[in-house]
Design a protein around this ligand. Structure first.
Ligand code: ZN
Ligand code: ZN
Length: 252
């Protein structure tokens, strides 16, 4: 598996850390995860072909995590020449099918194509399996029906991803024993964090879950990233702790 960080920031404009976006390769499958604004263009800038994505995985409908979904489909319809008909699977929280139907009323003609079928998989507390990999989801402590995911290669490694969340048991369970926990760490300790995490809370999840290593992401501009990493490392957590950077590639 390989994870490429397209954006390690938030909705706060920050040229050093763009809005969320992740490109995950699991064997021959490629997933565009939480494509925030500009994520598709950044994938190209990082040497990836976004049209190779077989699926999009959304954790919730906040625009910093989902704004590039429609441009991705529009671009794929108009800019990729292919005679094969492919499925584009969209993994998304409960209620997405109804939300997507409303988007189709406005944009349907622009994103429906003879070259692909859009297949929606609503995810809550469940698991979706293929022979080569699986995706487990769980509701997390954020807006609406937000979920976190765990992506696992069959017989191989796994990546847990929090999306946006405050501390909750569900993210601990998703991350339990995962090789890598990619986890939001939006705000410094001592600040208001409703539905988000601080370094000390990330440290608790890291220790309770026993994840092999931790990568913090969704970092607000005011976050002292070095201090955040230091807090988690000094908490007693034994795994490796790193901060995501835009363009970072992580072998799993
Ligand atoms: Zn966010
Ligand atoms: Zn959010």
């Amino acid at each position: 598996m390989e994870l490429v960080i397209l954006g390690s920031g938030t909705c706060s404009p920050n040229p050093a850390r763009m809005a969320p976006g992740y490109f995950l390769t699991i064997g021959s499958t490629r997933l565009l995860i939480d494509p925030g604004p500009g994520a598709v263009g950044r994938a190209v800038a990082m040497g990836l072909d976004p049209y190779e994505a077989d699926a999009v995985a959304l954790t919730h409908n906040h625009l910093d995590h989902s704004a590039d979904m429609l441009p991705f489909l529009f671009s794929r319809k108009n800019c990729r020449r292919s005679s094969a008909v492919e499925d584009i699977r969209i993994f998304a929280p409960r209620g997405f099918t109804a939300d997507f139907a409303k988007l189709m009323e406005v944009y349907g003609r622009l994103i429906v194509s003879d070259n692909y079928r859009i297949v929606i998989e609503e995810m809550g507390a469940n698991e979706w399996e293929e022979p080569s990999f699986s995706i487990r989801s769980a509701p997390v402590l954020h807006s609406g029906s937000a979920v976190g995911y765990r992506f696992s290669k069959a017989g191989g490694p796994s990546l847990a991803y929090s999306g946006d969340t405050g501390y909750c048991e569900e993210i601990v369970e998703l991350a339990r024993g995962a090789d890598i926990l990619l986890i939001e760490c939006s705000y410094p300790d001592g600040t208001m964090t409703d539905g988000h995490m601080t370094p000390s809370e990330v440290a608790v999840v890291a220790k309770e879950s026993g994840a092999g290593s931790v990568v913090i992401t969704h970092l607000q501009p005011e976050m002292d990233v070095g201090e955040a990493v230091r807090i988690i490392r000094s908490s007693g957590y034994r795994g490796e702790v790193t901060a995501a950077e835009d363009g970072m590639r992580i072998r799993i």
